[in-house]
Design a protein around this ligand. Structure first.
Ligand code: ZN
Ligand code: ZN
Length: 307
């Protein structure tokens, strides 16, 4: 197959655009999309200090690479944060990739671990949860503490934005998963620049939200980024896993499904935000902002009998 723009050998056929691209034009097109997303949603402003959550995987590697590549053009400072959840046979293997990438790009890297900050590894917490037959999935526990620790570290290094490597597929999955679960508060966390109460949380941004997962992977590969392609052992069989299968099957038959899910959601987002509580409580235990009496992190700690 030939590139639709220059007749060189194509590396990808984009069914949703009906065109094939060679390596050069593919890389250029991903970079253009990334910059366009930043402009369109006003994700960054000059002088921002951007903390990037990285994991050693393809999404965060591509994100860190792109932010570092355009650092001067965008007028921003970039630092990376890695959360070590303590997942044997997975995270311990991906960390060296993240370290290699950060040092290659000369980006300062901060590593924060569950064990140090919360007192237990994710593996240990999952064991307790299973032993006590709690209705806490590994992904729930992991998600809550990852958010918390990323937020804390980002604040500590005085970051003005917290960038995460959510791609188009991740976003489409989150939207449907929230829809299926009927969770409005969590639904407000979606979108390229989720709503936050100013001065309370560091603004999260998702610059890869318009790029499909397959293309993020291809970009990382073609740029030779140090990346581990392993999947989290807890992912299989999770709720998100089922939603992912469903969307992927749909996309195969109906091209453009993922883009449509995300675009439709963008249109109804203002209405969802309208219906949310305008004030925020402080957690009675840790005083972190929360919509509840006790925040989710403290609730999980209580359930698992941690400190
Ligand atoms: Zn070309
Ligand atoms: Zn709390």
């Amino acid at each position: 197959m030939q590139c639709s723009l220059c007749k060189a050998k194509a590396v990808i056929y984009r069914k949703y655009e009906g065109r094939a691209l060679c390596k050069k034009h593919f890389l250029e097109s991903v970079e253009k999309k990334f910059l366009k997303t930043i402009r369109k949603y006003e994700l960054l402003e000059r002088g921002d200090k951007v903390a990037v959550g990285i994991s050693g995987g393809k999404d965060s590697a591509t994100l860190l690479y792109l932010l570092s590549k355009f650092q001067d053009k965008l007028g921003i400072d970039v630092e990376a944060i890695l959360i070590n959840e303590g997942i044997q046979g997975y995270r311990n293997l991906t960390i060296p990739y993240a370290e290699k990438l950060a040092s290659k790009l000369k980006i300062p890297l901060h590593i924060v671990s569950f064990k140090e900050q919360i007192g237990k590894d994710l593996d240990e917490m999952v064991k307790i949860s299973q032993k006590e037959k709690l209705e806490l999935t590994p992904c729930t526990i992991c998600g809550v503490f990852r958010r918390l620790l990323l937020e804390k570290k980002a604040r500590e290094i005085k970051a003005t934005k917290l960038a995460i490597g959510h791609n188009l597929d991740d976003e489409a999955q989150s939207i449907l998963a929230n829809y299926f679960k009927g969770d409005l508060i969590r639904a407000a966390r979606l979108g390229p620049k989720p709503h936050v109460i100013e001065g309370v949380f560091v603004q999260r941004i998702k610059p890869l939200i318009d790029i499909p997962e397959k293309e993020v992977a291809l970009y990382a590969l073609l740029r030779n980024l140090p990346v581990d392609f392993a999947e989290c052992p807890y992912a299989q069989g999770s709720y998100r896993w089922d939603v992912r299968e469903l969307i992927n099957n749909f996309e195969l038959k109906h091209t453009g499904t993922k883009q449509n899910i995300v675009r439709t959601y963008e249109k109804i987002m203002p209405c969802i935000r309208e219906s949310l509580p305008k004030t925020i409580n402080r957690c009675e235990k840790c005083s972190m902002p929360t919509s509840r009496r006790i925040c989710k992190a403290c609730e999980i700690k209580e359930l698992l009998n941690i400190d």
